[in-house]
Design a protein around this ligand. Structure first.
Ligand SMILES: Cc1cc2nc3c(=O)[nH]c(=O)nc-3n(C[C@H](O)[C@H](O)[C@H](O)COP(=O)(O)O)c2cc1C
Length: 189
């Protein structure tokens, strides 16, 4: 009789565990976030970093372009940029992201220009409703580091969740980029 009872109990335990497993595996998986990698680049460094991010995590890649190209010459460009930044000027953009609403996460790249983001990136931020989206800045610089770039993105991107873990890299260097993407959770550790 005791043996029979033990057999019945172990049968009950086994079927119960199977039912639980079935429930766990039936739970729906969270959909992967839709990613946009958008960047402005005048001399190619930020473009290289954007392409490296895109290569590692996928999503859509978007180059922010201005209607009026900046001068070819470095000094002329720095002078024009200084005037634009001081005036809070937002240059007109030549292209637009198709259906920005589809994206959950925007990796947003800018060179450091006079300690802040390039005016074209300000134009980008002013062009869309990014409310509720996660924005992950990536900044390239010529030795100044992050300065006011990320804080300006925070100011200008109303309602966005701007990451406190931006990429800040000297020119086109990508050493450590994969580790950064792992820390953020966009590639497996
Ligand atoms: C108009 C202009 C202003 C710049 N101002 C700064 C600056 O204030 N601090 C800094 O570290 N680098 C500055 N740089 C250097 C760029 O941030 C650096 O070269 C960057 O990687 C360029 O990115 P890009 O090749 O994508 O345009 C400036 C470059 C330009 C063209």
């Amino acid at each position: 009789m005791k043996k029979l009872l033990a057999l019945a109990l172990s049968f009950f335990a086994a079927t119960n565990a199977n039912a639980q497993n079935a429930q766990e595996s039936a739970a729906p998986e969270a959909a992967a976030p839709k990613i946009l990698v958008a960047y402005y680049s005048w001399s190619g460094n930020t473009k290289e970093v954007a392409e490296a991010i895109h290569k590692n995590i996928g999503g859509d890649l978007f180059a922010i372009e201005t209607v009026q190209a900046y001068p070819e010459e470095y000094r002329e460009t720095t002078e024009q940029a200084k005037k634009e930044i001081n005036a809070g000027y937002h240059p007109e953009l030549a292209n637009k992201v198709a259906d920005i609403a589809q994206y959950d996460v925007i990796f947003l790249g800018s060179p450091n220009w006079w300690g802040t983001i390039a005016p074209a990136v300000s134009s980008f931020l002013a062009s869309y409703d990014l409310n509720g989206k996660t924005v992950i800045p990536f900044i390239t610089h010529g030795s100044g580091g992050v300065q006011n770039t990320v804080s300006t993105i925070k100011e200008q991107c109303k309602g966005c969740n701007v990451s406190d873990n931006p990429w800040v890299g000297f020119r086109n260097r990508t050493f450590g980029l994969k580790g950064w993407l792992k820390d953020l959770g966009y590639i497996a550790k």
